[in-house]
Design a protein around this ligand. Sequence first.
Ligand code: ADP
Ligand code: ZN
Length: 859
Amino acid sequence: MTHKINERDFDIPRLHENKFRDFRGRIGIFTINLMFTSLINQLSTPTASCSNEIVPQQQTMQVNQPLQKLYAEVVVNIPLNKTFHYSIPPHLRDNLTAGMRVKIPFGNKITTGFCVGFTDTPSPYQIKDIINVIDKTPLADDVMLRITKWLSSHYYCGWGEAINAVIPPVARRSVKEKEALFVTPCDALTQLDQQTLSQLKTRAPKQAKVLEFFSENFREIGANELIQISGCKMPGLRQLERKGFLAIQKKPQHDVDTSCDFGPLQQHLTFTGEQQNAFDVINKKLIALYTSNWITPALTTPQSPPSQGGEGGGLLHEGEGREINISDGKNDALPCDVTHKHGVILLHGITGSGKTEVYLQSIAKVLEQGRKAIFLVPEISLTSQTIQRIKARFNNVAILHSHLQGTFHYSQWIDIKENKVDIVIGARSSIFAPLKNVGLVIIDEEHENTYKQENNPRYNARDVAILRATYENAMVILGTATPSLETYYHATLGNYEKIVLSRRIGNQQLPPIEIVDMSEEVRKRRGHHIISQRLGYYMNQALSRNEQVILFLNRRGFAPYLHCKRCGFVLKCRKCDIPMTFHKKLNTALCHYCHAEAPPLESCPDCMTGNINYRGFGTEKIEDEIIAKFPQYKILRMDSDTMRARNAHEKALTAFERGDVQILLGTQMIAKGLDFPNVTLVGVISADTILNLPDFRASERTFQLISQVAGRTGRGSKGGRVVVQSFNPRHYSITYAAAHDYEGFAKKELEYRKQLNYPPFGKLARIVFRSRTEDKAKEKSSIVTEKLKEIAKTIGNQLEILGPSPAPVMKINDMFRWHLLLRAQNHNSIHDALQGISDMLKPSKSVQAIVDVDPYMML
Ligand code: ADP
Ligand code: ZN
């Protein structure tokens, strides 16, 4: 079987699994594991020198009432869900608050831990003293402590690990504020005459470019950015400064926009009827939520039971209607089972229905109420249009660029913490932004996979958002044209309020979608053609009318297989069990998992005689094909190979918007958010890339992708159309997408999911066993499976175990991978099972077990 894998899928295991548990990636997995193994062995022997360990069930969470601070409860950054007791020397008692870091003796060394609470109950053991308190103010507040505690119990990782992952390294390092040079235009510029400018153009063209830039944009700009734009280096800028055209100053490098880039803030638009209705519902709910005290009790008085269910009840357990106290150890409320009934809205609006305007005016309302907002987007670099719209409306917007997982800019983090920011925009980790008084969390494109983190803690930001909102009595708006089935199902149960936007702005029609049967095409044309006759025909039509075309393919590179026609050999990565992709421009075969390179082959290394055939196609090959077929038009390819440079996205999209480019070809990078009225044709080169993945969400993702890509056209008065090419033209995910029938699709897909007890019905956890030796991974997975089967019997077969089997990608980076799936009716059974095998999951030298609760990645 061949696996067709999309680009995003390639990236994740390489980035995350390999840097197991240390998201800064500074220490390799083996050192960590060796360290942990020895440490854990030490700690679990009865005679261990460190007797500070307490079992999780005995934890007392009293972050709000620091009683008598005799003993501190401390967690450390290790993959063990344990809290340790330390006594606090009298001189440190006044300095220590929960959420601060402390230096502690741990095993036989000194390490850093997080204080998560206090107790005055003496321990039966002799316990050690805290050495020192590191922070002056807590890095994590009560809400963050509770969220991280939940992360550790739900996603099966250490509490210390979870805290470590949500507090960015910069905040922990107490870095000095970074300074940078900024350039501001001076008044002399306004008196600059053409003659001086043209003289300068001949003498110092780069300096002239700087002045031209400022005459178009009379605003402050970072020196580095200006140098990039103009090519004029620092000495040139200094010369212009001496002439009085500009001023150069050193300033803290804040990314927080205190004012709008485009002059005065833009006015809100006048709502359409549908938007107005949506907004009215949101507004009414907001006011009701803010004036209530439904949920907060669980936070402020952890011991007292929250108010009883029914109207006014806070957290509802799915199907039970009773409340759960979030603070109760293992039975922590789980947002996947539990809903924040009064505060979650599904804004189901078709593409182009004006969801953003509803978000913006909802934010304005929230700010009016003195509360703040978090706006989550699937990926910062791909959503520049949405971000620009927010920045044009509001002041005090912070954009958290987290190019590296979990790294925020220090000054921004501090600004947010110090209340200088009203709106935080960012990708998934921004749900942990230290914003106070959050009143609204918006999750745009809530169905996107990018909200799930693929390394520890493997959280889903959508679920964390709902949890956070319950703690802060805030509202969550989940916006999308294609709700995830989990969200949709909650809405049908009445756990979330659903608001529908069914019409496009200006009553534009959704574009007609034509499906082209590619097997038919092969028969008719006696061979494979990447571009069907139909798509080619519409492309010619659109381009000749000066309209623009978007082509979509979820696979980068030139050819995904190097294959011997004679003996069937396929060039695979030696370290990973996947075919290597040929990249023509680099003239290399690349492994998309580990980045290994191999020279391209001419003849088969196996049978020595056959010729090598470059099979299949990626965006690079399509680019060649388009250039050959449509030589008179300009094409731009957007994928992670061509978009490496900083700002490359923005530059590319600007060129497309200006019409410098007629054909935009790309991977999922171009699937969402783009709003260009002149695009009248979208072609999906192959709808099969995702459909063939061994993943129970394959149909859902195919439906979502076609709907999203189709949403990029028909947004202007010229209308639009979509052509979808597929070898499975009758698959329901494709036919429902072509009919713009979300409800139809969801109904059918839910039937399948129900039959197989997949989410949103059953809950899943996946365990991957990785080892350098295949037998060890296999053996360990069988032993664990046996144990799980025993456990399943004791809990009345509420639990199914699927597998063990080799993972679809059997080997990554020389590590063999076996996996198994736990499937149960609820999370409790899953957690009981994981608890029952916790000893077997401890890190060991030969096999690592990776637990993923509510997994998205099945490869
Ligand atoms: P969605 O996010 O639902 O796909 P957008 O928010 O991108 O839709 O809106 C589509 C287009 O309609 C945008 O260009 C937006 O500026 C415009 N728009 C939205 N609401 C209005 C309105 N009330 N009046 C006029 N134009 C609007
Ligand atoms: Zn590889």
